[in-house]
Design a protein around this ligand. Structure first.
Ligand code: ATP
Ligand code: MG
Length: 471
């Protein structure tokens, strides 16, 4: 190590993380644990140890990169490595380099096309959505004899929350992922001895936060965090069979007399989503089947055109035993009737014998209807169930976040096509809340999302005047 570079003593968790050699290392899980410090030091140590190594450090924005890494590293590496502002990289005399990248939207991914790095540090990786993470991770490659590794520093929350919870907390892997590639080191702010000594009030500041953020940021709890829009949604495999306290359940045969609906959201250059629903004699709804796919960028090799989508919908309805011969009421995003530049999506659907009624697209009352449906009664029975084969619903609904600027709405940057289509469906069969939660203090549950709107608005939302459109 160069003479003038003196590494402060790492704390115990940092020491473990510094020694880690797995292909994917998750580090952190709460605020102030010393994650960014670890990133700067580990990147520097790798550069000194492996002449010629190429390292990438990412954050969501350039400003965050500057504040958290570029400025502190410029001081730390003075006389050791040179920073090139245009290229956003530090070069070491031994040929090693640390590059910086950000990603705040899909277009920023262009920076990483064709790039190669040996080691990637994704600082605050939870701020990235899953497809950004996998696309940037594809850059961790190369022929050099250097370690190939990805370090994710994490706090609960953000668009990547579900992905990291699955990998590092629940440890559930897809067939393509190898469990032996993953290691997780949890670091809480209390593990950061330096910070606790220098700034004991930091912990007290975290303790004063609202309970949910506090649990996530102070105690590193992953099952609750501020920002999840459908926090009432539960996917608990231990209750798939008994239908209590879980929305996701095992599929069953649909009785003949139940009504069947089809809800649809068209994705202009985005995924489309089609859900089929069965409604029992008590009005409880079951999402029984779905079709979800991409209309623009190829998703798992399939890119759907409108005729293909509706041909497939018609095929499923003609062949599947739950739908065959049934009268199916279709509800869709009213935008599918827009046909200014040619044939509308609704026309293409009709050509394939797939018909829809325009859905009610009022967002707030629509979200309220979805929340009412998801509410459990005292015995743990909700008004909406999802068959466990409906993978797109189960994957995307828990990931949706509140909009930062409109706290009562969800952030439309998320993968919200299933949610939109579910909302149109719920608006076609509006119900009253299971529990009178709004009257008795509206900060208690899902209705907390209305904290920022007036009581008058709540009154109107409580009594939706939608017509029941049905067949
Ligand atoms: N081993 C150490 N020795 C001295 N100071 C340290 C050490 N580890 C971390 N620190 C200091 O503690 C503070 C918090 O650390 P850091 O910013 O790395 O935490 P973090 O986990 O990234 O926090 P956040 O969740 O807010 O991003 C910083 O001022 C950092 O320089
Ligand atoms: Mg940090």
């Amino acid at each position: 190590m160069p003479n003038n570079l003196v590494m402060p003593r790492p704390n115990e968790k940092q020491r473990l993380a510094l020694k880690e050699q797995h292909r994917y290392v998750g580090y952190g899980g709460a605020r102030g644990g010393g994650k960014s410090w670890f990133v700067r030091w580990k990147a520097t140590l790798l550069c000194l140890q492996y002449p010629g190594i190429k390292i990438l450090i990412t954050r969501k924005t350039l400003r965050e990169l500057l504040n958290n890494h570029i400025v502190p590293l410029t001081q730390m590496l003075e006389g050791i490595a040179r920073y090139n502002q245009t290229e956003k990289r530090f070069s070491f005399p031994n040929g090693s380099s640390i590059w910086f990248g950000y990603c705040a939207c899909d277009a920023d991914l262009g920076q990483y096309q064709g790039a190669e790095y040996d080691v990637w540090f994704a600082d605050e990786a939870g701020q990235f959505q899953e497809d950004w993470l996998t696309q940037i991770d594809a850059c961790v490659r190369g022929v050099g004899n250097f370690p190939k590794r990805t370090y994710y520093t994490l706090n609960p929350g953000g668009p990547g929350h579900g992905y990291f919870k699955r990998l590092f907390v629940d440890k559930r892997y897809t067939p393509e992922e190898h469990p032996e590639d993953y290691a997780f080191i949890q670091a809480l702010c209390t593990d950061n001895v330096a910070l606790m000594e220098r700034q004991p009030e930091y912990r007290r500041a975290l303790e004063k936060l609202p309970p949910k953020i506090r649990d996530a940021w102070l105690y590193g709890k992953w099952d609750v965090y501020e920002g999840q829009f459908f926090e009432d949604f539960r996917d608990d495999p231990s209750h798939y069979g008994d239908r209590q306290w879980s929305h996701v359940i095992d599929p069953f045969e649909i009785p003949g007399g139940w009504k069947i609906y089809r809800s649809f959201d068209w994705g202009y250059n985005k995924p489309f989503s089609c859900g089929w629903w069965a409604v029992d004699f008590d009005g409880v709804v079951y999402r029984i089947l779905e079709l979800y796919g991409c209309t623009d960028t190829p998703n798992e090799g399939v890119k759907w055109t409108p005729p293909q989508v509706f041909r497939e919908i018609a095929r499923i309805e003609g062949e599947h035993r739950w739908l065959q011969g049934k009268r199916i009421t279709g509800i869709a995003d009213p935008a599918i009737w827009d046909g200014e530049t040619g044939k509308s999506i609704a026309e293409v659907a009709a050509e394939h014998g797939v018909y829809f009624n325009p859905g009610d697209h009022k967002r707030l009352p629509g979200w309220m209807q979805v929340h009412y449906r998801l509410q459990f009664d005292d015995k743990g029975f909700p008004q909406m169930y999802v068959f466990r084969n409906c993978k797109a619903f189960i994957r995307t609904m828990p990931l949706l976040q509140y909009d930062e600027h409109k706290p009562e709405d969800l952030d439309t940057d998320g993968e919200d096509h299933v949610a939109d289509e579910v909302r149109y469906f719920c608006m076609a069969r509006p119900i009253k809340p299971v529990k009178p939660q709004i009257e008795d203090g509206f900060a208690r549950s899902a209705a907390a999302m209305f904290l920022d709107i007036s009581r008058e608005e709540i009154q109107t939302i409580k009594r939706p005047r939608m017509e029941v459109r049905n067949g």
